[in-house]
Design a protein around this ligand. Structure first.
Ligand SMILES: NC(=O)c1ccc[n+]([C@@H]2O[C@H](COP(=O)([O-])OP(=O)(O)OC[C@H]3O[C@@H](n4cnc5c(N)ncnc54)[C@H](O)[C@@H]3O)[C@@H](O)[C@H]2O)c1
Length: 250
């Protein structure tokens, strides 16, 4: 129950879905968790509920990960208050799906802005702190779409493949500073992001998942916890597929 005792963790997009699941899991494992999310009210509710359970959690006001200045300021404020940043979970993400023929440059810019540049910005703001500590764990959310491609998701696939690529480079560059950088590529997880998918398609998806259920935020939180634990200290630069076997095909 105390695997992250005294660790200071940032979770982007922690107001709901997978990010909320990771926030809850990490706070219950003893970390001080700080949520960066544009949905400020929801983020405050998550943090408040955890504090009521005796955990350490905070939500910072309206941190927008698409803006480097916003995350640099927020990282600085955390260092001033808590003295360190041990863990960064790059989880915030959006979708703007359209087939390639219908995809606009606005769709492209929005998804790349949050899902790729956002990950760059947060990591850029936090890594100097981790280098100074000679310790850090970075886990970024990719997607099976980034590994295999997906119909209607040129923008999302480009960003998620980019996250896996950046993670390999960070594995190579940051290991010498005591920093592990990994990614998780989830299959379909039951969150608001999936709420836009028609029920018929969800049923088809379920049929193709060997474990015969959709993933839950906790399935991803468990893997994130492992990657941030000392048991995973020899794992870096990897993207772990967590999809109930979906991509095994057949
Ligand atoms: N749900 C799935 O099936 C699935 C599958 C594969 C990968 N993923 C990835 O997992 C991550 C979490 O997905 P989810 O399903 O929980 O999504 P979600 O839509 O439920 O939550 C995403 C959160 O990110 C926040 N956010 C969006 N833009 C932001 C910004 N500019 N700055 C700060 N916060 C911002 C939102 O406010 C929201 O709280 C995403 O990166 C997503 O691409 C999800």
């Amino acid at each position: 129950m105390n695997r992250l005792k005294d660790k200071v963790a940032i979770v982007t997009g922690g107001a709901q879905g997978i990010g909320k699941g990771i926030t809850e899991k990490f706070a219950k494992e003893g970390a001080t968790v700080i949520i960066w999310d544009v949905k400020t009210e929801k983020a405050h509710t998550v943090a408040h509920t955890l504090r009521a359970q005796g955990c350490k959690a905070e939500a910072m006001e309206g941190v927008d990960i698409t803006l480097l200045a916003s995350v640099e300021q927020a990282a600085q404020a955390i260092v001033e208050k808590h003295g360190r940043i041990d863990i960064l979970i790059n989880n915030a993400g959006i979708v703007r799906d359209a087939s390639f023929l219908k995809m606009t440059s606005e769709h492209w810019d929005q998804v790349i802005g949050v899902n790729l540049t956002g990950v760059f910005n947060c990591t850029k703001a936090v890594v100097p702190v981790m280098v100074a500590q000679q310790y850090g764990k970075i886990v970024s959310l990719s997607s099976t779409a980034g590994v295999y491609g997906n119909f209607g998701q040129t923008n999302y696939v480009a960003a998620k493949a980019g996250v896996a690529g950046m993670t390999k480079t960070w594995g190579r560059e940051l290991g010498r500073y005591g920093i592990n950088a990994n990614a998780i590529a989830p299959g379909p997880i039951q969150t608001d992001m999936l709420a836009t998918v028609p029920e018929e398609l969800i049923q088809q998806m379920k049929g193709r998942i060997p474990v015969k259920r959709l993933g839950q935020p906790e399935d991803i939180a468990n893997v994130a916890l492992f990657l941030c634990s000392e048991e995973a200290s020899f794992v870096t630069g990897q993207t772990l597929v967590v999809d109930g076997g979906t991509m095994l095909g057949g």
